[in-house]
Design a protein around this ligand. Structure first.
Ligand SMILES: [Fe+2]
Length: 244
């Protein structure tokens, strides 16, 4: 494959198959859900999806191709995931929640695919294809919104089995305060240690200074108190040592 047109046709084939899978998925969701609103939303979008398949026929023809399909691995994966969760023997509430989550993921996948296809068709100056694909995109966006609203209306015992997580969350909230206190104490201890080391160095330096003074005084000739006193004073220009 080396042209944008080939890539576009390939992706149209993918969506042609995705829409056929969507008809089956929406039918399944309609059967699985007890809430009338979800059943209505699923049935309505299934009818829309049948229209979207016909619309894709027109898109193929508008760009001079024959309608054809290839397996859409993306939505196949979403449906496999749905079945995998269902294999964990869900109760009715969780079956509906799983169905709504799958429907929302499905719609968002389609929205992303159509947004990309519209961009490509615009670049290819395929105006009729752009117009048709935009109609489908609007339906997918509206359905995604509707599915999210239905998801948010779900009522069940959300706290059931959550005791462990709540306890963990509380512990996690307290942890930063404890960590802060420990770090402050650690910093305080280190500062105290540094202070003690500095005091030790100061004392050792003072001791060295005193010893040097005594040695100079002992070495100075005893010519009188004035000279001895002068010898014990540091001379101008000499360093006074670390005691300072
Ligand atoms: Fe669709």
């Amino acid at each position: 494959m080396d042209t944008a047109n080939q890539f576009f046709v390939r992706e149209l084939q993918d969506m042609y198959n995705a829409e056929k899978q969507a008809v089956r998925a929406l039918n399944e969701i309609e059967q699985q859900c007890k809430r009338a609103e979800i059943k209505r939303a699923a049935a309505r979008h299934r009818r829309q999806t049948e229209g979207q398949i016909k619309r894709l026929d027109h898109v193929f023809r508008a760009i001079g191709s024959q309608p054809s399909e290839r397996t859409c691995e993306g939505v196949s994966g979403l449906m496999q995931e749905k079945r995998s969760v269902e294999s964990e023997r869900l109760n009715q509430d969780l079956t509906e929640l799983n169905a709504l989550m799958t429907a929302l993921k499905f719609e968002r996948y389609e929205v992303s695919a159509y947004e990309s296809l519209i961009f490509i068709a615009q670049q290819m100056k395929q105006r009729e294809a752009v117009r048709l694909l935009k109609e489908t995109l609007k339906e997918e966006q509206d359905t995604a919104k509707l599915m999210l609203e239905q998801l948010k209306k779900t009522k069940m015992d959300w706290q059931a089995g959550a005791t462990g997580q709540q306890a963990t969350a509380t512990a996690r909230k307290a942890a930063p305060a404890r960590r802060g206190a420990t770090a402050t104490a650690r910093r305080g201890g280190a500062a105290a240690q540094r202070g003690a080391a500095s005091a030790q160095r100061g004392a050792a330096s003072a001791q060295r200074g005193a010893n040097a003074s005594r040695q100079r005084a002992a070495a100075a000739p005893r010519r009188g108190p004035g000279i001895a006193e002068a010898a014990s004073r540091p001379r101008a220009g000499t360093r006074r040592g670390k005691a300072a």
